[in-house]
Design a binder for this molecule. Structure first.
Ligand code: PGA
Length: 265
């Protein structure tokens, strides 16, 4: 796991977008896994800027989103479909037929999830997966629990996630209680993973993840420790507790953090 500690949110967003841009330049038909939430917003803005100002070409890029709320339609402003089009897709030259997001209104959910994984496989798997992380360690909507599912599936959101996401809704009651999410297996099979975390709300979970040397279903993000190409980009606020831990005289450098890059790099 490589760790990049960015100066602030803008720096984090620039660094994440540069990694994505460089992968697209290497492979113009990149299969890109995408995330929603507040954290990747700056990255999408930077990618749009790179498209407008530097001609970054999305015409052959194929995308698969991690998740979608279940029970809301794609034209609902709270849906992840809406988020993705508003914040990213409609501003770049990506082809609509290359965009994949789970359908929150799917009738036969099981068949829909199976087809989603088959589509990913048809494109040869995800080349680069962008991830956020929940305060409880969830990635996508793979919530902490006794078991984690490997394939794309319908899941119940935990109270912690419902509360965290209620900031985007008028009231807590409006937050959907279920979502369709890629499973841990789908995520971990991506060839390269970039995980972003910003702000003090993420400091605790990031310290936990970076200090972890075991995988546990209680912290779904810990499964990323099994992957050989993960880059974690966090800003100083999200790195605060980790920094305190590693700076204390009795701490040894955490073994699975291969390299730490500090700003300015
Ligand atoms: P956030 O969400 O980017 O809005 O903090 C991340 C997540 O819950 O995965």
């Amino acid at each position: 796991m490589d760790l990049i500690i960015a100066k602030d949110y803008s720096d984090l967003s620039r660094r994440a977008s540069r990694i994505i841009a460089s992968e697209i330049k290497k492979k113009p038909d990149l299969v890109l896994g995408l995330a929603t939430g507040s954290t990747p917003l700056g990255t999408y803005q930077e990618l749009v800027r790179l498209y407008r100002e530097e001609g970054l070409d999305f015409s052959r890029v194929v995308t698969f989103n991690l998740d979608e709320y279940y029970g809301i339609s794609m034209d609902n402003p709270q849906s992840y479909h809406y988020y993705m089009f508003e914040n990213f897709f409609k501003h770049v030259n990506i082809k609509p037929e290359n965009i994949h997001i789970p359908d929150g209104m799917a009738g036969d959910v099981e068949a829909h999830c199976k087809k989603y994984d088959e589509e990913i496989a048809k494109y040869g798997g995800i080349d680069l997966q962008l991830l956020g992380i929940g305060q409880n360690g969830h990635i996508g909507f793979n919530e902490p629990g006794d078991e984690l599912l490997t394939a794309t599936h319908l899941t119940n959101l935990t109270q912690n996630t419902i509360e965290a996401n209620s900031r985007f809704f008028k009231s807590m009651d409006e937050v959907p209680k279920q979502a369709i999410t890629m499973g841990l297996g789908t995520i971990i099979q991506a060839k390269k993973i970039v995980l972003l975390a910003s702000g003090k709300n993420k400091a605790e979970i990031m310290a936990e993840l970076l200090d972890e040397n075991a995988v546990s279903t209680k912290n779904p993000a810990s499964f990323l420790l099994l992957h050989k190409d993960v880059t974690v980009i966090i800003d100083e606020e999200a790195a605060k507790i980790y920094r305190q831990m590693t700076q204390s005289p009795d701490s040894s450098k955490k073994l699975h953090v291969r390299e730490v890059f500090l700003w300015p790099s």
